[in-house]
Design a binder for this molecule. Structure first.
Ligand code: MN
Length: 239
């Protein structure tokens, strides 16, 4: 007599074990947040556009992505990445989605938000300059292994973005120091614009851009990233 559950098991057999699901911790909560995709906004703070040699009045914010398994949680010790001699820090507000959809309006966008965290968009700046100069995509500059350190999520309702301070310290040196109300596109507007390009889904994370002060990290550096009211993020680079 056939055993249906055995037939099902055969049909779904995988060539090798499925990759593990990347997740992030949630502050004051035993559950973890399963990561689906990581979207990022570039050129979302005018002073940072200027320090990169751009003109904020002429250049719109730009979207790119990182792989979901690039997430690293707070407290990690990272190897200095492959293929770069100019690894940069970019401290950013990260938005986490509990629901999604496409072509959302502002109210629908706001309703998708699960919570917020502090993240660092690690960037191989030398590869990004080469890509920009050659008119090539940014994937190798932005989407590398362990390029997305993110702190514990704070669930929406416990914290909402207003004009909070966002800063990053390397060792004892304050490198980046801005305010969230300096963002060109505010969080709901970012979600609206992304939803015109992609169908957003539960588990999506969005890096919302960095204030000015981006600079190089060295082997052995201790990095502390903070947004007023959110759990801090710290990580180090192995000597
Ligand atoms: Mn960035």
């Amino acid at each position: 007599m056939p055993r249906p559950h055995r037939i099902l098991a055969t049909m779904t057999e995988l060539l090798f074990p499925a990759p593990s699901q990347p997740t992030l911790p949630i502050a004051n909560d035993q559950r973890r947040f399963p990561v689906h995709r990581i979207y990022c906004v570039g050129r979302n703070y005018a002073e940072h556009v200027r320090e990169m040699g751009g003109t904020p009045e002429k250049q719109r914010p730009v979207f790119f992505a990182k792989p979901a398994d690039a997430v690293v949680e707070s407290g990690a010790s990272l190897d200095y990445p492959l293929a770069t001699a100019d690894l940069h820090h970019e401290v950013e507000l990260v938005v986490a989605l509990a629901s999604g959809g496409s072509e959302l309006d502002l109210a629908q966008a706001q309703a998708c938000i699960a919570g917020y965290a502090v993240g660092v968009d690690l960037t191989r700046r030398d590869l990004q300059h080469q890509a920009k100069n050659a008119g090539q995509p940014w994937d190798t500059a932005k989407g590398f292994d362990q390029s997305a350190p993110i702190g514990a999520l704070s669930l929406a309702g416990r914290w909402t973005p207003a004009g909070q301070r966002i800063c990053l310290t390397v060792g004892a040196e304050l490198r980046q120091d801005g305010r969230l109300d300096q963002m060109i596109l505010a969080v709901p507007q970012i979600i609206v614009e992304l939803s015109q390009l992609f169908t957003l889904a539960p588990g999506d994370l969005i890096f919302t851009g960095t204030p000015h002060g981006v600079a190089a990290l060295q082997r052995g550096d201790q990095v502390q990233a903070e947004i007023e009211g959110l759990p801090p993020l710290h990580f180090s680079l192995r000597p």
